[in-house]
Design a protein around this ligand. Structure first.
Ligand code: GTP
Ligand code: MG
Length: 195
């Protein structure tokens, strides 16, 4: 994927702030600290456009990034971070929920999990919920560089089993360190917006 242009657009806290130009959107959900912002940076080949940090719970809005003036990548607040207050959690939950259910330009939802660990209860709930609403979805198992290649298969299988994924459902193995999975993910994204 040739990145001609990548920019941060807006941190939206209300739906009125979402872009109105009708461009397709690819959204990323996943637990706090799993690597969503790093993945976005790697996809855009930008070091620090999406704020990656070791402080979990940092991304608290829907952050919009525009790539090549044709696609938005939308970074969700991470879930499952205990220190965020319950009221705030509910507010973000509602925002994400109505976005996913009502946003017509949402073409593909990425569910980002850590390849090293079995998906959490929250991951399972998110997966089931996206399935329930029939949202086109791809699971991205990131941080592949953190385990030896010989264990990738075993871990991918465990993720499939825990999420009870169907045989035709996709998992992409990814690393924001090495760029592994980047080309595959861009092809999947392009397929989803041209469908
Ligand atoms: P929130 O915004 O808090 O929800 O977190 P996030 O999901 O955006 O995670 P973020 O991208 O900030 O990454 C969290 C930490 O994991 C950072 O220290 C990253 O450098 C590290 N990290 C993310 N992806 C990878 C990866 O593929 N490989 C390695 N080795 N580290 C990664
Ligand atoms: Mg983030």
């Amino acid at each position: 994927m040739k990145i001609l242009d990548a920019s941060f657009v807006i941190s939206a806290v209300r739906s009125e702030q979402y872009p109105t130009d009708g461009l397709p959107e690819i959204a990323l959900a996943g637990r706090s600290n799993v690597g969503k912002s790093s993945l976005i940076n790697k996809m855009m080949l930008r070091k620090n456009l999406a704020r990656a940090s070791s402080q979990p719970g940092k991304t608290q809005q829907l952050n919009y990034y525009l790539v090549n003036n044709e696609i938005y990548l939308v970074d969700f607040p991470g879930y499952g971070y205990a220190k965020v207050s319950k009221a705030r959690r509910e507010q973000f939950g509602q925002m994400v929920e109505s976005y996913v259910r009502e946003r017509e330009v949402l073409r593909l939802q990425l569910l980002v999990v850590d390849v090293r660990h079995d998906p959490t209860k929250d991951d399972q709930l998110m997966y089931e919920w996206l399935k329930h609403y029939d949202i086109p979805m791809v699971v991205v198992a990131t941080k592949a560089d953190k385990i030896p290649r010989s264990r990738w298969d075993k871990h991918l299988k465990a993720i499939r089993t825990t999420l009870q994924m169907g045989a035709s459902d996709k998992v992409v193995l990814f690393s924001s360190e090495t760029g592994q999975g980047r080309d595959e993910l861009w092809s999947i994204i392009y397929e989803s917006i041209s469908a």
